[in-house]
Write a protein that binds this ligand. Structure first.
Ligand code: THU
Length: 162
């Protein structure tokens, strides 16, 4: 039996296609790339999360001389959001790549580890977390929820700890 999965998303080249609050979130994510600590890869990533109470949480990648100890921008932002506002749903996360030595010609896609962490919080909060991938200038990709970025996932449901 053949089965398939379809992934639906929105693609824009004009930020004005987004509602104002998400336009702002994208601008914050772009700005957050500038404070990334990426002295080894020189690949700066910024993230910004919009919480249900309107607060925006910042994140950017944090590297380390012991490479595996570094952390992606998305997880820095999500862990901060959960630590500071554990009861506030994360309505949307904007993610932007801004390498020091070249221009990304496509929106940055979150790594598998970050997708797993998005899935965790999305399930916990029982509310969609929009995922907005962007470049520093025009292209934007919007996913309605984070779970769709990780089909056939492993989650708390499998542990039966509901
Ligand atoms: N990075 C992120 O911050 N987010 C991603 O989704 C992909 C990769 C960071 C990790 C590392 O500091 C640098 O980009 C190069 O991999």
């Amino acid at each position: 039996m053949h089965k398939s999965i379809t992934l639906e998303y929105e693609y824009f080249t004009d930020i004005k296609c987004l509602p104002l609050e998400l336009q702002k979130l994208v601008e914050v994510a772009r700005n957050n790339t500038l404070q990334a600590y990426a002295p080894y890869s020189h690949f700066r990533v910024g993230a910004a999360i919009l919480l249900d109470n309107g607060v925006i949480i910042n994140g950017n990648n944090q590297e380390n001389a012991s490479y595996p100890q570094g952390m992606c921008a998305e997880r820095v932002a999500m862990f901060q959001a959960s630590a500071l506002y554990p009861e506030q749903a994360m309505l949307a996360i904007a993610i932007c790549g801004n390498p020091e030595n070249f221009s990304l010609n496509h929106p940055l896609s979150p790594c598998g580890g970050c997708r797993q962490v998005m899935l965790e919080y999305e399930k916990k909060q029982r509310h969609n977390m929009k995922v907005i991938l962007c470049t520093m200038k025009d292209e934007l990709i919007v996913f309605e929820n984070a779970s769709m970025l990780l089909p056939f996932n492993f989650s708390k449901d499998d542990l039966q700890t509901k």
